[in-house]
Design a protein around this ligand. Structure first.
Ligand SMILES: Cc1ncc(COP(=O)(O)O)c(C=O)c1O
Length: 464
């Protein structure tokens, strides 16, 4: 792009675009980077200055099939030419939305039946919260209203979904969390396991704590429990061994609905169709988004099990059509993108490729970082991985004002590679497109190691 056009674009951006998760003053003043992205190909993005960056986070862990797939553009153009939009109210349908709904169920556990479409993970979780209220009201148990999530969870950033999220930056300035949302412990063995405790015992302890928590609140008042199969934004935290085997029976015992938030994990990121199948549980509701279209167009879903659906049907008989609906629900063009994306994942065995890429990435990170002073833990599951930095073996954090994680991510970007510094602690996260090549994984790892060495030396954590 010629420099004059780029300068004009940047001026317009700084003057008029309100970016998410961005320091508003420094951006507006031109004191922070403003990378304008103009292209993408495979696991690489290209910016307006012609720099090619290896995207180790697939956008926001969503461009799973990789950038620049012409089949996606063709499918979307075909659908837009035929029928760009029609609504889905009062039983109206479109061919791609009907077909996609059937395809999605192939990626879900056997007890899942139907999908209500939205456009973002946040709005799909908002739908879940409404369905939970509706469910218990129809069941004749309207006092069941409390919702349990976990500290460091990420479930979105609306008023209610931001309340489900368990991260301080999303709470304090917005007077959240809103009642009746409550949080229980973050499952993280390396940080919270007790001396001599096995991972399995730690999971049993967390289940006992959840049981006690529900009893203390009153099981008759607890409606649902939300969990990401692998916690994402909160730190890429795979559950300790046996975690879901232990907590699901607790939820069942107290008749608490289980919502699996699979916005990141569904459609192959764990090397399995979804996290519920990977860990072997059957939730009552599943939230999906990112990987359904690989973010070529926005599309999310609240997936509803047979059990919940049966109650929703009784609700319609009692109350008439459900009072929930959005203009863009089941958008035909977004559904066409979903169909094309799921076809690519299947035809090219990308779920299996994600599993293999994940193994390579985690073993590479372990080799590069395990035992390095200033590194607390290397962890991952499927094609999700993280390196957490800390002052010692107990993971004592660096002074947050030193911004160790963000500085490592910035040093990597200078070197042409993107990883994401997560908001809680100094955690460098990796979730590349499934199509990342083995030599690109090597580059991710070696660039991360170089950048970390540089910053850890500046911090004195590593000998200069
Ligand atoms: C597990 C999970 N749930 C919900 C969301 C919110 O999705 P969105 O940003 O599309 O609203 C995210 C976003 O990263 C997520 O990771």
């Amino acid at each position: 792009m010629d420099p004059k056009t780029l300068a004009d674009l940047r001026a317009a951006d700084r003057a008029h675009l309100f970016h998410p998760s961005t320091h508003m003053r420094t951006h507006a003043a031109g004191e922070s980077p403003n990378r304008i992205v103009v292209g993408g190909e495979g696991a690489t993005i290209i910016d307006a200055e012609g720099n090619r960056l290896l995207d180790g986070f697939a956008g926001l862990y969503c461009v799973n099939i990789g950038y620049g797939r012409p089949e996606m553009a063709q499918a979307v153009a075909r659908q837009m030419t035929e029928l760009a939009y029609y609504h889905a109210y009062v039983g109206h349908g479109s061919a791609p939305a009907a077909e996609l709904s059937a395809r999605v169920m192939e990626w879900m556990p056997a007890n899942m039946r139907r999908i209500y479409y939205g456009l973002s993970g946040s709005d799909a979780n908002e739908t879940q919260l409404k369905l939970i209220r509706y469910f218990w009201n129809i069941e004749g148990r309207p006092e069941k209203k409390k919702i349990i999530a976990r500290h460091r969870a990420y479930h979105g950033s609306g008023i209610m979904t931001g309340s489900l999220t368990g991260l301080e930056v999303f709470h304090k300035p917005f007077d959240l969390p809103e009642a009746p949302i409550l949080h229980v412990a973050t499952p993280h063995f390396a940080r919270h396991g007790l001396p001599g405790e096995t991972e399995r015992d730690y999971s049993k302890r967390l289940a006992a704590e959840l049981d006690a928590f529900i009893k203390a609140e009153g099981p008759d008042t607890v409606a649902a429990f939300f969990a990401e199969p692998v916690m994402g934004t909160g730190g890429i935290l795979p559950p300790p061994k046996g975690y879901f085997d232990e907590i699901v029976p607790v939820l069942r015992r107290h008749d608490v609905l289980f919502v699996a938030d699979e916005v990141v994990t569904a459609f192959g990121r764990l090397g399995a169709p979804c996290g519920a199948l990977y860990y072997g549980f059957e939730p009552d509701l599943i939230t999906v988004a990112k990987g359904m279209t690989s973010a070529y167009l926005p599309l999310s879903g609240a997936v509803v099990s047979e059990r919940v659906w049966a109650t929703l049907e009784r609700g319609s008989d009692a109350l008439g059509p459900i009072g929930h609906g959005w203009t863009y629900s089941a958008h035909p063009t977004c559904a066409a993108a979903g169909l094309a994306n799921l076809a690519i994942l299947r035809d090219e065995n990308l779920m299996e490729r994600a599993a293999e890429a994940g193994r390579l990435l985690l073993s590479g990170l372990r080799e590069a970082f395990d035992g390095l002073p200033g590194v607390f833990e290397v962890r991952g599951e499927g094609l999700l991985a993280a390196v957490e930095f800390g002052l010692d073996a107990k993971g004592t954090p660096f002074d947050p004002s030193r911004k160790v994680g963000p500085r490592i991510a910035a040093a990597m970007a200078e070197d042409g590679v993107i990883a994401r510094a997560l908001p809680h602690g100094d955690i460098l996260a990796f979730a590349p497109p499934f199509v990342i090549a083995p030599e690109e994984i090597e580059r991710l790892v070696s660039t991360a190691r170089r950048a970390a060495e540089r910053v850890l030396k500046e911090e004195g954590a590593l000998a200069a």
